[in-house]
Design a protein around this ligand. Structure first.
Ligand code: 6PG
Length: 252
């Protein structure tokens, strides 16, 4: 049974990133102490840039980067040097600035055929997590964003990937974008030890209220479907995104 989400509201976006960076640092320390490694699936888009930049600037010397294994929650069908690439965004803001071994970075090779890219990434996950078949990887942390249409990773409203309950990675056709994106599936997202959503700005006000509204339809707001079975779910949002939430005042 998944536990209710922890909703943390921050007056300013910078405070959100500071808290997220501190949480990231704490989770890495706990995992490295317990099992000498930490696996994280990074989010794409623009919101995480503030977090990744802060981690590179202020945590370069305090995190065991050599014990962290980096994956992605999704990727666009573009080469790694494309301005659209989630890999490129994380590499430029974080991975190129901290001493993480290149062997710890597992990008999604989405520039190839999408179906093949999904199969290849599933194999990458199975190898990296030393999994027998059919067992979804359990990430220590999955970072997610929230699209203004309610999508997260590349689980877009009313797309086939929402119903995937066996595969770990799929190529998800997104008609409205006329593209096919590679994404982790809900069996993986909901198997994580910790999931943290980052949402900031007034363009997320309405969608965040809808996603956190128990009565809204999940197919229309796929982020609602992320409920880790045996893990924590945290929403870290700024006051602009939280403007329509009937919850407590901002934390910082
Ligand atoms: C992507 C992301 C996507 C993102 C949301 C929010 O590939 O774009 O994985 O799920 O997190 O679209 O994006 P912003 O942070 O840019 O609003």
């Amino acid at each position: 049974m998944s536990s209710p989400p922890d909703i943390r509201i921050f007056a300013e976006t910078d405070a959100l990133f500071r808290a997220a960076a501190e949480q990231f640092s704490t989770l890495t320390k706990d995992a490295v102490k317990a099992k000498d490694s930490f696996s994280v699936a990074l989010s794409g888009g623009s919101t995480p840039k503030g977090l990744y930049t802060l981690l590179a600037e202020s945590y370069r010397d305090s995190i065991h980067w050599d014990k962290i294994y980096f994956f992605w929650g999704d990727e666009r069908p573009v080469p790694p040097d494309s301005p659209e690439s989630n890999y490129r965004m994380a590499y430029e803001t974080l991975l190129s600035k901290v001493p993480v071994p290149s062997g710890n970075i597992f990008r999604i090779h989405s520039e190839k055929d999408p179906q093949q890219a999904a199969i290849t990434y599933e194999q990458t996950l199975s190898t990296a997590f030393r999994l027998p078949d059919l067992f979804p990887p359990r990430f220590d942390l999955i970072l997610l964003g929230l699209g203004s249409d309610g999508h997260t990773a590349s689980l877009f409203p009313h797309t086939r990937a929402l119903k995937e309950d066996k595969r770990f990675v799929v190529a998800n056709r997104v008609e409205k974008l006329d593209t096919c994106r590679i994404t982790l599936t809900l069996p993986v997202l909901n198997n994580a030890a910790h999931v943290i959503f980052l949402a900031a700005g007034k363009d997320k006000t309405d969608v965040l209220a809808s996603v956190l509204d128990a009565s809204s339809p999940a197919e229309q707001f796929p982020a609602k479907l992320v409920r880790p079975r045996n893990g924590s779910l945290t929403w870290m949002v700024d006051s602009a995104a939280a403007a329509k939430l009937k919850v407590l005042a901002p934390q910082a």
